[in-house]
Design a binder for this molecule. Structure first.
Ligand SMILES: [Zn+2]
Length: 270
């Protein structure tokens, strides 16, 4: 079982760069390619995360003979050149997949793609065939052209999510000052801002503390100014504390955060 980075879980893009060391980038790249063509998953984009390992596509992939998943490699010592790209990618991309949903090109050591080879790829990436997916696996991206980088989803592997305090602070303030009175759709939309915190228990606990403090501050200010203390501030603090507990016990992240946001917005019933 492979744990996919967040960027590989949602809707499917047509070109990715997985930046990281071995074996991670290859393991994740292979598992992602297998999942995209797996016939045992109801919806590879949103459903079960790993391929079924049982369907025909999964089995031929494991046998190393998948007709629609290609491993591209350089034929010269200098790296992956323009001829390699033309022979192994561009010419193959013009035809439909042989049998499966996607035609997937896995390019390991993508950092060795020569500038000419990268340029030869641009048009294919820019005007993607609906069935084409590129997975560039790279040790680093310093040798990749900005024009290539800008057309791909860059996924940094093995990076511990450590979100700066200032960023969490800004989100906490924004939530506390805007959420009251939001409707359900807006509130659910706000969940997306929390997703980057999913990977790190520490970061999310930190963020929740900051939201808590944002409400606590409102209460103390109002009290000092002899203004009305709103009941929803207290309710929000209780909801935040409750959510912290759930997450500390490994509860479902999305569910816990969404319920918390609904309580903070004051939406009465779902
Ligand atoms: Zn399968």
């Amino acid at each position: 079982m492979v744990e996919f980075p967040v960027a590989l879980r949602g809707a499917i893009g047509h070109a990715y760069i997985l930046e990281g060391g071995l074996p991670d980038r290859l393991d994740i790249g292979r598992a992602f390619a297998k999942r995209l063509n797996c016939q045992g998953l109801a919806d590879a984009a949103t459903g079960q995360l790993n391929a079924c390992d049982e369907c025909l596509s999964c089995r031929v992939f494991e046998s190393g003979n998948h007709p629609d998943i290609f491993f591209v490699s350089g034929t010269k010592a200098t790296g992956i050149g323009v001829d390699d790209v033309r022979d192994q990618i561009v010419s193959k991309m013009t035809t439909q997949p042989f049998k499966y949903k996607y035609k997937i090109f896995i390019v390991d050591k993508a950092q060795t793609l020569t500038p000419a080879a990268q340029n030869a790829l641009l048009k294919t990436i820019e005007e993607p065939a609906p069935y084409g997916v590129f997975l560039f696996l790279a040790e680093h991206v310093q040798t990749l052209l900005p024009t290539l980088l800008s057309r791909c989803v860059l996924v940094k592997l093995g990076e511990t999510v450590n979100i700066p305090d200032a960023e969490a602070q800004a989100l906490a303030e924004e939530v506390a000052s805007t959420i009251a009175g939001m409707d359900i759709l807006e509130t659910m939309g706000l969940y997306r801002r929390f997703e980057p915190y999913k990977e790190s228990r520490e970061s999310v606990a930190n963020l929740l503390d900051m939201i808590y403090l944002a409400y606590a501050k409102r209460i103390t200010h109002a009290a000092a100014a002899r203004e009305n203390i709103q009941k929803i501030w207290y309710d929000s603090i209780a909801a935040i504390q409750h959510t912290k507990q759930i997450l500390a016990q490994n509860g479902n992240f999305q569910l816990a955060i969404e319920i918390m946001l609904l309580k903070l917005s004051g939406v009465k019933e779902i």
